[in-house]
Ligand binder design. Structure first.
Ligand SMILES: Cc1cc2nc3c(=O)[nH]c(=O)nc-3n(C[C@H](O)[C@H](O)[C@H](O)COP(=O)(O)OP(=O)(O)OC[C@H]3O[C@@H](n4cnc5c(N)ncnc54)[C@H](O)[C@@H]3O)c2cc1C
Length: 322
């Protein structure tokens, strides 16, 4: 059985859905799946990894790995991969994944396919699909000639089944070697929102310049609260200082792939579409019937958002919180 390492990213003590997708994918393709969990706060995530497909977990139970330091993460992941003797590696295409795995690939003299949206295994080689030119076309990438095959997958691209029972016995502790650091993490400043990050969210309500002013984002927050959604934004409103850059969806913001994306007062410029066309269902609310967003929308509502959004929120409330 070929071995596969999956980077088990966790947040607030829980394994991220993006890592669960990868663990279950590995199991379904008959790999011997080794989860690598970093940080002394990873105990619950390690257990969740065993319940979601990992045959074994290497847990670096070290407080130095609780915040992201690229040099420490790089070292721990390299140790984890070499210790498990795996040649296949999967990780979420998250901010951390996209930062650390290209470094790791360079260190392992290997190829990496990042930001992938589909994955299969052919003759022991990963074959991944990745968008290019802001999603205008896709490349099919095979890594078969690389010593290690490293693929970074966007979240919400692979199915997830219910977890089984955890097997704490499969968790082995691993030690972080000494690293002489060039970078020191002094402080992590967390965003104000406790909501799921946009890249992990299953439902996103996103607002654009059609909202007219920052205060009107409250309407979207109300809808998001009812739906259990995360609020996103176009770059126009981020540049206007209405909301923080961490909420921006698009080419120079985040790439998202929720089940439901509700675009409110967003025209649908190519740079915005680049970040959200992987959404399964897109609902657009815009008073201009010719807005380009309608070409990508599954459902379109032509109307004044100040009318439509409160009414929809009321209807969602009735449906979901009877
Ligand atoms: C290099 C580069 C990178 C970029 N990266 C990004 C990126 O990452 N993300 C991104 O979003 N943009 C990005 N942009 C900017 C992008 O080109 C657009 O300018 C931006 O997406 C427009 O934002 P918007 O749709 O909110 O605003 P607008 O284009 O002004 O659209 C507002 C929409 O609201 C509608 N509207 C107005 N009033 C109402 C109402 N009362 N009810 C209903 N609808 C209403 C209008 O009909 C219009 O369609 C980038 C641009 C460049 C050049």
């Amino acid at each position: 059985m070929n071995k596969l390492v999956v980077f088990c990213e966790h947040q607030s003590h829980n394994l991220k859905r993006s890592s669960i997708e990868l663990l279950q994918f590995g199991r379904s393709k008959n790999f011997h799946v080794v989860g690598v969990v970093l940080g002394s706060e990873g105990s619950a995530a390690a257990e969740q990894a065993t319940a979601n497909g990992a045959h074994e977990v290497l847990w670096f139970d070290d407080a130095k790995l609780n915040g992201y330091n690229p040099e420490l993460f790089l070292t721990a992941l390299e140790v984890g991969i070499k210790q498990s003797d795996a040649r296949h590696v999967l990780a979420p295409a998250s901010s951390i994944g996209r930062d650390v795995f290209p470094r790791l690939a360079a260190r392992l003299d290997s190829s990496v396919a990042s930001d992938c949206v589909a994955l299969s295994v052919d003759d022991n080689a990963f074959v991944a699909k990745k968008p290019m030119y802001s999603g205008k076309c896709f490349a099919q990438v095979s890594l078969k000639d690389s010593p290690y095959q490293i693929v970074l997958m966007r979240a919400n691209q692979l199915p997830v089944a219910a977890a089984g029972s955890s097997n704490a016995g499969a968790i082995k502790k691993a030690a972080l070697p000494d690293v002489s650091l060039k970078t020191i993490l002094k402080e992590v400043v967390k965003g104000a929102s406790e909501k799921l990050d946009l890249t992990e969210a299953n439902i996103i309500v996103s607002g654009g310049r059609g909202l007219k002013e920052a205060g009107n984002f409250k309407m979207l927050e109300d809808m998001a609260n009812v739906l259990g959604a995360t609020v996103g934004a176009s770059r126009a409103v981020v540049d206007s200082g209405w909301v923080s850059h961490s909420m921006q969806v698009g080419q120079t913001g985040k790439t998202v792939a929720p089940t439901l994306y509700i675009a409110v007062g967003i025209s649908g410029a190519i740079q915005h579409l680049a970040g959200m066309t992987g959404s399964k269902v897109i609902v657009a609310i815009n008073n201009d019937p010719n807005a380009p967003i309608f070409q990508k929308a599954t459902y379109g509502i032509v109307g004044d958002l100040f009318d439509v959004v409160p009414k929809l929120t009321e209807e969602f409330k009735k449906l979901l919180h009877k």
